[in-house]
Ligand binder design. Structure first.
Ligand code: NAP
Length: 226
């Protein structure tokens, strides 16, 4: 089993589903210890059960993967999450992957204010709170690290019915660039990833005609032979 990341303790938010669960599995397979967090604690525990057999145990203690419950949109919950991780593993996470995210899709002309507020609260403010709390812990420990924020290609190019989501993801990208400039001198990297369309529980809500359009747009961009 690869052990490239043997010394890494990784916090993954939104780890109970989709991309966050896949990232948790991959990190564990590469040798990292994983602190899997989700607002649904049972889903985070389920992810930890999937990690059994990746080289570490699941359970309690500094040598085991562990599950945590936290709503990233709540500053107190995020602070408590970082403290619980430090108590459990005796160190802050050196890799932090913010995957927690939501959609509340509606065309601009019909979008209720609470759809805007909820998406910004989770996707943008939640990513800020996790980034800030993790950075504070890493700067205190002096150990350096890597913060990875999952944005979206929608933040760059937009998508029908996703004004709120596009704004939140463009915000994540801008915030990440700024954080990278501020934290580099502490040995902390900050990067964002802009995935395209990936089938997960989040995309189950997307109407079939929109899925069909996405697939045909991908096909039209495909290089012949690939
Ligand atoms: P997903 O399957 O819905 O997973 C997101 C996870 O985040 C869920 O477990 C969700 O819990 C959790 N979550 C939501 N709000 C939270 C909160 N306030 N605090 C803590 N956890 C919370 O979605 P996904 O497709 O894997 O997406 C993961 C990330 O990738 C998101 O940031 C998304 O915007 C981004 N992304 C996805 C795609 C795609 O095509 N799938 C493309 C580009 C970017 P609940 O199930 O309870 O909501």
């Amino acid at each position: 089993m690869a052990a490239k990341l043997r010394s890494v303790l990784a916090l993954v938010t939104g780890a109970g589903s989709g991309i966050g669960q896949a990232v948790s599995l991959r990190l564990a397979r590469e040798g990292a210890l994983v602190a899997a967090s989700d607002r649904d604690g049972a889903a985070a525990e389920e992810t930890i059960r999937l990690l059994v057999g990746t080289g570490r145990d699941a359970g309690a203690g500094p040598g085991c993967h562990a599950a945590f419950q936290a709503d990233v949109a709540q500053a107190g919950a995020v602070q408590a999450l970082i403290e619980q991780i430090q108590a459990c593993f005796s160190r802050p996470p050196s890799v932090v992957v913010s995957c927690a995210g939501i959609t509340r899709d509606e065309f601009l002309l019909r979008m209720p204010e609470d759809y805007w507020d909820e998406v910004i609260a989770v996707n943008l403010k939640g990513t800020f709170l996790v980034t800030q709390a993790a950075a504070r812990a890493l700067v205190s420990s002096g150990s350096g690290g890597s913060i990875i924020n999952i944005s979206s290609i929608v933040g760059k190019v937009g998508n029908l019915g996703q004004t709120n989501y596009a704004a939140s993801k463009a915000g994540v990208e801008g915030m990440t660039r700024n954080v990278a400039r501020e934290l580099g001198r502490h040995g902390i990297r900050c990067n964002s990833i802009l995935p395209g369309f990936i089938i997960t529980p989040m995309t189950k809500k997307v109407p079939q005609k929109v899925l069909d359009r996405e697939v045909s747009s991908c096909n039209s961009h495909r290089v012949p032979g690939h």
